[in-house]
Design a protein around this ligand. Structure first.
Ligand SMILES: Cc1cc2nc3c(=O)[nH]c(=O)nc-3n(C[C@H](O)[C@H](O)[C@H](O)COP(=O)(O)OP(=O)(O)OC[C@H]3O[C@@H](n4cnc5c(N)ncnc54)[C@H](O)[C@@H]3O)c2cc1C
Length: 575
């Protein structure tokens, strides 16, 4: 089936819907989404969205910019961080005007709370910067933006899975190919501008806060089409996942006063971050938890510690953290009002992704050459505002600021250009992929491959890494890749074939894992979320640069590009 739209947005999370809101009513726009839009993972975001509104105490965008740069261990592109911090304020007000039900101060302004790494006056102490709607901020963003899309007649193709990106021989993006999960039909979408907003890839790890669907589709498809992925070695482990399950207990818990304790009941963050304590950035807190565990101070000598909320008023726990309270009661049978909660770090957020400029335009090399017609925003993109480590609440800002900028730039592209012809047989590759799986007689099981992949990645490419572990992991990935070439799906039906969908996703996870491991092996230093035990120091002389990983016919190729430094010179990161 053939469709023609001015703009096609792939992904109906916060980034995709914020872009769609800019185009709605001004262009003919389609949003295609593998999931029903309000099931997108933005809906799981709990704690808040950062913006220096200064509603409760003094705050300034430049403090926010500084925290973002420092939090990212100086790998952040500072031109982009400035845009993020400045435009966050206006973007939050835009959401408010669309009807987002933020928590309010007694005098009716948007309420704000503390989050890790957000400080006043360049690091003096914590500041209240996170705007929030209880612990359902992402859910509210998604509902608000989806309603805008419906109101302004955006065309939604739900449960439509992108399988391919259409790039002509002369290097112009002209559309995408989708697979309709309901009917099994292949659809070609011809467009003047395409936005990839397909979210993260946390499912590459065994213990993760990410939903099953977060398999890195957009990044993997771009990677297969020869585009680079930037800074993939930087993956964030969030300190407080429910033990063994990985389900997230938002940093808002610590923002409201929660404390991490070891087996002796000590507030161990006093040792590692004396100023910000439990509200230090996530990479530091996650590593500190593992240090406690390694030194035998995990609870009962095991691999977890406690999150303690018991000293907080029951009313704060029930009203400001209702979803989290519910999770703990449901999944652990514990009551946060009176019980300590077992937690361990959980794979959470990919700082790397498809490289873009500050208008969301995809760039393809170290000179930032733009690929005409193609945009990316949200977690699948890397405009490099998170650098080596993202601060809590800075992802939702990334979505709304850069989703908005991408949408606005797409409008310009649409108005200035005609449709570029599609490549010949645009759906050839996608049809071949689906047919090979449905009609082939492969015997390998994708679920088994996926589980082995996740296990190996969590073990050898988690919070701590070494060359030895990464090299053996790379060999494991080669073995899994061979096995994947013989994969088969047991369900041969065309309609709602989740066996097929998950098998395709497993292929994406393999691509993503290869890029993450290649970056982690190449980067011989420790910075932010990437900690090499064999190179424990940050090395600005050799490594103050971004990695660009390419998949070529000769294997993985690494290239590098400089970090943009404007206002803040790199210095040691202490909290
Ligand atoms: C539990 C949890 C709590 C969090 N809390 C916070 C927080 O408090 N503050 C904060 O700033 N950040 C938070 N984050 C991070 C933040 O929520 C995510 O980074 C962000 O929501 C990602 O948004 P997105 O628009 O990029 O992608 P998503 O919301 O994940 O949306 C991706 C979209 O792409 C679609 N898609 C994917 N692949 C395909 C395909 N092949 N074809 C078609 N469609 C496709 C999906 O259907 C979906 O619509 C949290 C994350 C988690 C997991």
């Amino acid at each position: 089936m053939y469709h023609r739209f001015d703009a096609v947005i792939v992904g109906a999370g916060g980034a995709g819907l914020m872009a769609a809101a800019q185009l709605a009513g001004k262009a003919n726009v389609a949003v295609i989404s593998k999931l029903y839009p309000t099931r997108s993972h933005t809906g799981a975001a709990q704690g808040g969205v950062a913006a220096a509104l200064g509603n409760l105490e003094e705050d300034h965008w430049i403090w926010h910019m500084f925290d973002t740069v420092k939090g990212g261990d100086y790998l952040v592109d500072q031109d982009a961080a400035e845009v993020l911090a400045r435009e966050a304020i206006d973007a939050v007000y835009e959401l408010e005007h669309m009807g987002l039900p933020f928590n309010r101060t007694p005098d009716g302004r948007i309420d704000q709370r503390r989050f890790g790494g957000h400080t006043r006056n360049f690091g003096e102490g914590p500041v209240r910067r996170a705007c929030y709607a209880a612990d359902r901020t992402g859910h509210m963003i998604l509902q608000t933006l989806y309603q805008q899309g419906i109101k302004h007649q955006v065309t939604f193709f739900n449960e439509m899975m992108m399988l391919d990106l259409l790039i002509t021989d002369d290097g112009v993006c002209t559309g995408v190919v989708g697979y309709d999960i309901h009917s099994g039909e292949i659809h070609v979408f011809h467009a003047k501008a395409v936005l990839l907003a397909t979210g993260g890839f946390g499912r590459v790890f065994k213990v993760t806060s990410n939903a099953l669907s977060l398999a890195g589709d957009g990044c993997a498809i771009a990677f297969r089409r020869g585009l680079p992925l930037e800074d993939m070695e930087f993956f964030q482990f969030h300190p407080t996942g429910i033990y063994k399950l990985g389900i997230l207990l938002s940093e808002a818990c610590r923002g409201e006063g929660g404390i991490l304790r070891n087996d002796k009941g000590e507030r161990f963050m006093e040792r590692y971050a004396p100023t910000l304590l439990d509200l230090a950035p996530r990479d530091m807190v996650s590593r500190s938890i593992y240090m406690e565990i390694r030194e035998g101070r995990g609870i009962n000598g095991q691999d977890y510690v406690h999150l303690d909320l018991t000293h907080l008023p029951a009313e704060v726990i029930e009203t400001k953290l209702p979803d989290i309270t519910d999770f703990v009661r449901t999944y652990m049978g514990l009551d946060p009002v009176k019980d300590l909660i077992p937690i361990q770090p959980t794979a959470h957020y990919g700082m790397g992704g498809i490289p873009t400029d500050v208008d969301g335009r995809v760039t393809i090399d170290e000179e930032n050459t733009v690929l005409p017609g193609l945009y990316a925003a949200g977690e699948c993109a890397c405009v490099s505002v998170h650098g080596a480590n993202r601060l809590g609440t800075n992802s939702l800002v990334d979505l709304i600021v850069f989703g908005r900028r991408a949408g606005r730039h797409m409008l310009k592209t649409i108005n200035e250009n005609d449709f570029h012809p599609l490549p010949k047989e645009p759906d050839f590759r996608a049809r071949a992929e689906v047919s090979a799986l449905l009609e082939g007689d492969g015997t390998e099981n994708a679920n088994v491959i996926r589980e082995e992949l996740q296990e190996a990645m969590f073990r050898d490419c988690g919070v701590f890494r070494t060359a030895e572990g990464l090299i053996s992991l790379r060999e494991k990935l080669t073995e899994l890749r061979h096995r994947y070439s013989r994969v088969g799906v047991r369900d041969k039906n065309r309609t709602f074939n989740m066996d097929l969908v998950e098998t395709i996703e497993t292929g994406y996870l393999l691509d993503i894992a290869e890029a993450v491991v290649a970056g982690a092996l190449a980067r011989e230093e420790s910075r932010g979320g990437h900690f090499r035990e064999d190179f424990p120091e940050r090395d600005d002389v050799n490594w103050l640069k971004h990695t660009l990983t390419y998949r070529t016919s000769g294997g993985i190729e690494m290239r590098y590009k400089p970090v943009v430094i404007t206002r803040f010179e790199p210095k040691e990161r202490k909290y």
